[in-house]
Design a binder for this molecule. Sequence first.
Ligand SMILES: [Zn+2]
Length: 508
Amino acid sequence: MNVVIYARYSSHNQNEQSIEGQLEYCRKYAKDHNYNIIHEYIDRATTGTNDNRPQFLQMIEDSNKKTFEGILVYQLDRFARNRYDSAIYKKKLSKNGVRVFSSRENISDDASGVLMESVLEGMAEYFSVELGQKIKRGMKINAENCYYNGGSVPLGLKLIEVDSNFTDVNGKIVKKKKFAIDEETVHIVKEIFDMYAKGKRVADIINYLNDKGIKTGLGKEFNKNSLRKMLLNKKYVGIYNYKEMEIKDGIPRIIDDETFNKVQDMMKKNKKAPARARAKTEYLLTTKLFCGHCKEMMTGHSGTSKTGKLHTYYKCNNSRIGFCDKKPIQKDYIEDLVVEQARNLLTDDNINKIAETVVKLAKENMDSGELKRLNRKLKELEKQKNNLFNSLKMCDIDTVKTSIFEEIQKIEVELTNIKNEIAIEESQSIKLTVPQVRFFLTQMRKGNIDDIKYRRLLINTLVYKVYLYDDSITIIFNTQNKTYEKKIPRVSDIESSLMGTSAPPISN
Ligand SMILES: [Zn+2]
């Protein structure tokens, strides 16, 4: 599995583990679990007030490329500043199949906190709770004006800054941008459309481009997919698109309609039946399932038997390298069992208890988190500003006056920054009520047990850890002190029927 490491150091807290220390823990964890580190993202807070995390936001953005499946952090509090933050970003990441791991078992991370975060995450996912409404509205207005709204910039186009600001999806205040022709690469786009329209073979076009060292808009070598995507891109005929919205002449045009339409027709004709893509199996218990023998994580694998049947199962990481004798367990069997028990947990009585706990915790969290620190800082700065004004009034030496005035201006800038941060923090928090959470959990009880989205929701929201023994299973739920234990007598039969017929080769 490919992972990235995220390390953060803020100077607010003197007792923090250093960046190097954090990295060391994470690297060791990766090595022990056989994870492949492909990148390290590091944020060092430069001042006491500014909590910007450029590398963190970059990492969230990079998760769109789907080159890694996990983020390793030293402790979960490195990942996010508070639980709201965490829920919002984890939701984004889970869409890209990325999970967050902590390299140190976080003892202070009590079960009730985990429950609150997972319920928030679940509510965000299931009901598409509008997290950061202001930001979404901003993006719609952007689109109506044909401003750039994120995403990759196609070859032949570039971005130019427009003199106006907006808040992007990550809550960052950035300059607005518009698409413009990139004079350096525009001829390549024309050449590519021409070549295809004249009937040149796709493989030849790709070779031609790669031989010349021409890269896609994402800076990668061309392949069939990227070429196809490029030839389909309506931006080249000047159409701006965002979600379902399309605006003609919203972007400077590169390709004329005649060539573009010809290419579209040819592509339709040349389109062969797509090779049957094997659906990517999602292992819902990843990071939650542990081996009862050695307490190591069990991870998902698949293999094809001689008859061509696909087998999917979880296997103890230690047993893969010969250090544990725990046998693998069939994926569907164990997932069905856990999903069913998670659903059984949702009795009326439990739903009430969970809703009350979550709302209480959410309130406490709101009062004690980042917002409190920012408001304190705001007050402090305002006091300083007032003091300086008073000194200014009493002062009659011009040079001193000037320096006091300069000091005030500096504080003004800091005040603006803090106010922005507070606005962002507030827009990202959701105000929860008990009936809302109760409604969510009641809905959750009614879902379709065969629907993968629903199964994922149940497991992510309610299940903390699962320990699997040879003849029994222990499920620890996110709710306080709720565990479930069960003997599973038939498990060995399943194993032997799975492993006996033909040892499936591990493809993963
Ligand atoms: Zn084991």
